[in-house]
Structure formats: structure tokens, C-alpha cells
Design a protein around this ligand. Structure first.
Ligand SMILES: C[S@@+](CC[C@H](N)C(=O)[O-])C[C@H]1O[C@@H](n2cnc3c(N)ncnc32)[C@H](O)[C@@H]1O
Length: 205
């Protein structure tokens, strides 16, 4: 065995044009020909953006409207059957949907900044749904992403102004002149005396 790949290292699966995970009936069916929401969801997410209008002229129990509502799409749905429309109406009125943050909002920008570490907060936001939502991120850890970590500068800038005064205070309290990489991590045992700079340079040559 060369290495272990944990599912959390990249919890994403590419979806091709053969869908083997959508087979079967809807879980709690309320209509005899009800479509599985997962199928409709995939179609809507592939072909529309938030705020788009989705039309389903064969409403049935309203799966399309239900999924469209859940993902921030507007919808129109039609059926010749009164039974179907009554079922769809009851289903939509009785549903609870997740709460999303708009990317184009102050709350959304704060959330985005907490996820990405980028602090690009504007004064005013338009609340336009067409700019999408703040989406969940999954890590994709690759050797390339570790080697070319563009985030590292942002992280360094964010923490430097917090850590630098602490290092100065620590150095003056201990009478030492530790560089960032020399500050002892474990203070349960007394740190060895710091070597002077010349000795350190000699070590690395
Ligand atoms: C297979 S079902 C749709 C099921 C739906 N996708 C769901 O998840 O519940 C087809 C629906 O189309 C409706 N329908 C059939 N012909 C129609 C027509 N000409 N105009 C409007 N609705 C029609 C039927 O009444 C039926 O409710």
C-alpha cells in the first residue's frame, strides 16, 4: 500500500451521462407516477441558474416545482388533472426548504469571507438572486494545491499582525530573540537556549 486516500480528501464524484444512482421510485410517493426528486434536481441544476424560470407542463404531484423552489428557481407548472394540482398544491404548501445566503448580500459576503479567507466586503449589496448563493465547499487536496498554495499569502497576512506583537512580547519577557520558526511549541519543558544567528547559519550550510 502506497497511501491511504480518505473520502474526506475529495468527497466529490464526477457525474457522467450514465446515471446509475437515480433508479427506483420516489421514497414517500403521493402520486402513482411521481418522479424521484433526485432526477429532476439533477436536470434543473445542470440546465438553470438561480432565478431562472422552469416550466413543467406535466405537473403531476409537483416534483419540478418542489425542486425548483428548493434551489431558488422560479417555476410554472400545468396539469389537466385536478387531482394532480390538488396534490401538488398541498405538497408545496406543506414543504420546508433549506435557508440559503445570497452571494449578493452582506451576510453572504461575510460567510464567503469566512470560507475563503478573502475579505472583500462591499458597502452595498443588491440582493440579486442571479448572482447565486454561498455554496458549500469541499476540499480537494492535491500535491499541486499544497505546493502552489495561493491561500498561504492570505493566511500569512491575516495572522502576521496578530502573531508579531505576541512574538515581540514573548522575546522581551524571556530575554530571547526567537525568530518565528524558533519559538518553542512545547513549554512544559524549558526550551533549550537559542543559538546565535551565526551558529544557525553554519548549521544550514
Ligand atoms: C408522469 S406524470 C408527471 C409526474 C411528475 N413528474 C411527478 O413527479 O409527480 C404526467 C402528468 O401529466 C399530466 N398530463 C397528461 N397529458 C397532459 C396534457 N395534455 N396537458 C397537461 N397535463 C397533462 C397527467 O395528468 C399527469 O399528472
Amino acid at each position: 500500500m502506497r497511501y491511504r486516500l480518505y473520502i474526506d480528501d475529495y468527497p466529490v464524484k464526477r457525474i457522467g451521462d450514465v446515471w446509475t444512482d437515480t433508479a427506483g421510485f420516489a421514497g414517500d410517493q403521493i402520486y402513482v407516477v411521481e418522479t424521484r426528486p433526485l432526477i429532476v434536481q439533477r436536470c434543473i441544476l445542470m440546465t438553470t441558474d438561480p432565478g431562472d424560470l422552469v416550466l413543467d407542463p406535466t405537473c403531476g404531484s409537483g416534483t419540478t416545482a418542489y425542486v425548483a423552489e428548493q434551489w431558488g428557481r422560479r417555476w410554472i407548472t400545468i396539469d389537466t388533472s385536478r387531482v394532480s394540482l390538488a396534490l401538488a398544491r398541498a405538497r408545496l404548501i406543506g414543504s420546508h426548504f433549506p435557508y440559503y445566503l445570497l452571494a449578493d448580500s452582506h451576510e453572504g459576503a461575510l460567510k464567503e469571507s469566512s470560507i475563503t479567507g478573502k475579505t472583500d466586503i462591499k458597502e452595498v449589496y443588491g440582493g440579486n438572486i442571479r448572482n447565486g448563493f454561498v455554496y458549500e465547499r469541499v476540499p480537494h487536496i492535491t500535491l499541486g494545491s499544497i505546493a502552489n498554495n495561493a491561500e498561504i499569502d492570505t493566511i500569512w497576512e491575516r495572522w502576521q499582525e496578530v502573531l508579531e506583537p505576541l512574538r515581540n512580547a514573548f522575546n522581551s519577557a524571556t530575554g530571547q530573540s526567537y525568530e518565528e520558526w524558533e519559538v518553542p511549541r512545547d513549554l512544559t519543558t524549558p526550551p533549550p537556549p537559542r543559538k546565535n544567528r551565526q551558529e544557525n547559519q553554519g548549521d544550514t550550510r
